[in-house]
Design a protein around this ligand. Sequence first.
Ligand code: BDR
Ligand code: CA
Length: 313
Amino acid sequence: TSRRKTDMNKRPIIIDTDPGIDDALAIAIALFSDELDVRLISTVAGNVGLDKVTYNALRLLKYFGREDVPVAVGADRPLIREFEDASSVHGKSGMEGFDFEEPTQQPLKENAVDAMRNVIMNSSEPVTLVPIAPLTNIALLLKTYPEVKRNIREIVLMGGSASRGNKGVMAEFNIALDPEAAHMVFHSGVKLTMVGLDVGLKALVLPEDSEEIRTMNKTGEMAYCLFKKYRGGSFRTGLKMYDATAVAYLLKPELFEAVETYLDVELHGTMTAGCTLVDLKGYLGKEPNATVCLDIDGNAFRTWFKEAIAKCR
Ligand code: BDR
Ligand code: CA
């Protein structure tokens, strides 16, 4: 189709996700960006269980009129630990607050790991992975099919923190849910950028932005309804658009302040499991293995976010 032809000039990406209200907005922005070609959406247990996040991904694609984008179903639980959801933040369904139509699209028969492998290996151009959920699928992919590393351009993930947490005192949700998976990804040798809470907590959509977004288009209308139910931050003090920051990093890296550093994750702490260690001062004496975003221009992000939503359907 003609759409596919123009997409040849776009950067191919795979979004690994657990929609999730902030996931929904990140997906919308990526789908309607002139610069990105979303080749696959893979789902993983996270904000809510696997069946719900997969259903949500399908509902979003239906709503956006983008059922041409394949959806692959991934892991229903972390590698080792018990699954715990975040329905207190995103609501029981994971995308509470809006009445979506029933999707008609079926997920692929292949599981997420096989589907990711095929997209990566069949791409003429290296593919960028954008995980905005626990890293279970990505860890399984890199372990099962290490040959994919040759054709991955980089991983730009939302997760972790160079300071405090939002799931535990020190741990961020996506990493805390599956720290062993994060460990495998951090040590995989693939070029990695961590877009964590250091920027996510400052990537706010204020009430006046929500009002503006509401009347922009279909996506804005939906966003407004979801925002009203999003408890990640109150509607009045500003909503944290965590997952959209990973997409922002791809499209507008100049919004961020980032450093090359050594990045690891605590697996065995008695109170800090899942906490990322960003060794800014080089205490561990290790070579850098990641780029870590430490700051974002919050006002410029708000402007960018609104412009990006305005480009959606
Ligand atoms: C991350 O956790 C999830 O609740 C959000 O969707 C985001 O990916 C923020 O810590
Ligand atoms: Ca998410």
